[in-house]
Design a protein around this ligand. Structure first.
Ligand SMILES: Cc1cc2nc3c(=O)[nH]c(=O)nc-3n(C[C@H](O)[C@H](O)[C@H](O)COP(=O)(O)OP(=O)(O)OC[C@H]3O[C@@H](n4cnc5c(N)ncnc54)[C@H](O)[C@@H]3O)c2cc1C
Length: 284
């Protein structure tokens, strides 16, 4: 099995303490030689300018390439072009192109705004010079008309010029594998990189997943509830994420996108196991 390719997703840090921790843990993750880091844009209420600043700083200070998430809902084409040009001038050439939260639009202005990620991809291709990733949903996007429409729209995004899709997180490998089979039947032949979210706090993750349309299986919730200490929960979180990745690797998956939620220590342990497990196999 080849060494898995890894990417790590972060929110832009907001406070001084978060910023210090962010740079410390980033240094730690750099030692695993990931393919890229990515910084979310406006997610969970974070300011878009904070994303742009963090991306710029990372572009200068990190040895690992950085991908900038960019959302388009309700944004003006001209403003998005400015952001893209600014990334380009700083050597940032990877974009995760997203819709973001649906925005209410002023009717007189709606023709200047973008509505779907596909429109952003067209714009990025027009500006030129970027590697584009898009979002995909193994459990179907909550607003999609149907699973079939959702898959067809994903194919459309990839056909427009995206190089890969990064999936929403899921907690059972079968969820991803069934969905990937459907994607192949639809004619999708670009990488579908599984998004892995190590469970740092089961109650928070159940709540967060509900909002994202992802399912945390009952058996997993019960396993976490039986953990008698934080240390046991942490061990279980690592074991669950690593086991899931290893099942996926046996099914031919060779890249993972880790949602760190800025809790990089868990992601580090999971990634270390995956890279370490590979080295052990290669040496055997
Ligand atoms: C890997 C990943 C990273 C993310 N990062 C961020 C981030 O940084 N910031 C943030 O705010 N959010 C982020 N999100 C969340 C994302 O913005 C939301 O899930 C959003 O609701 C949908 O974004 P999208 O790019 O998938 O949208 P789209 O691909 O535009 O799809 C949105 C919905 O519209 C439907 N649709 C698409 N095109 C059409 C069409 N032409 N006609 C009719 N219906 C259509 C789709 O089926 C779907 O239901 C991320 C999600 C993932 C999986």
């Amino acid at each position: 099995m080849p060494t898995p390719t890894l990417s790590f997703e972060f929110f832009p840090p907001r406070t001084d303490a978060q910023t210090r921790r962010f740079w410390r843990t980033l240094g730690c993750l750099e030692t695993l030689q990931p393919d890229w880091f990515s910084i979310t844009y406006g997610a969970l209420g974070s300011a878009s300018q904070a994303s742009i600043d963090t991306v710029a700083q990372l572009g200068k200070d990190s040895s690992v390439p950085v991908a900038a998430h960019l959302t388009c809902a309700g944004q003006r084409r001209a403003d998005l072009i400015d952001v893209l040009q600014s990334f380009k001038s700083q050597g940032i050439c990877r974009i995760v192109a997203l819709r973001g939260d649906k925005a209410e639009q002023n009717t007189s202005e709606k023709f200047y705004h973008l509505r779907f990620a596909s429109e952003l991809i067209e714009l990025i291709v027009e500006v030129g010079g970027f590697d584009i990733s898009v979002a995909a949903y193994p459990e179907v996007h909550p607003e999609a008309e149907s699973a079939e429409t959702d898959m067809a729209l994903l194919k459309h995004k990839l056909d427009l010029g995206a190089s890969r899709a990064l999936t929403q997180f899921f907690f059972e490998p079968e969820v991803y594998l069934r969905w990937r089979d459907g994607a192949v039947r639809t004619g999708i032949d670009k990488p579908l990189v599984p998004g892995i979210l190590p469970i740092h706090d089961i109650n928070k993750i159940v709540d967060f997943s509900r909002r994202c349309g992802a399912t945390v299986p009952q058996f997993l919730i019960e396993r976490f509830q039986k953990c008698g200490s934080k240390a046991m929960s942490r061990e279980l979180a690592i074991e669950h994420a690593v086991d899931m990745c290893q099942v996926l690797q046996r099914e031919g998956v060779d890249a993972f996108h880790l949602y760190t939620l800025n809790q990089s220590d868990l992601s580090y342990e999971v990634a270390k196991e995956l890279v370490g497990a590979h080295k052990k196999r290669a040496a055997a």
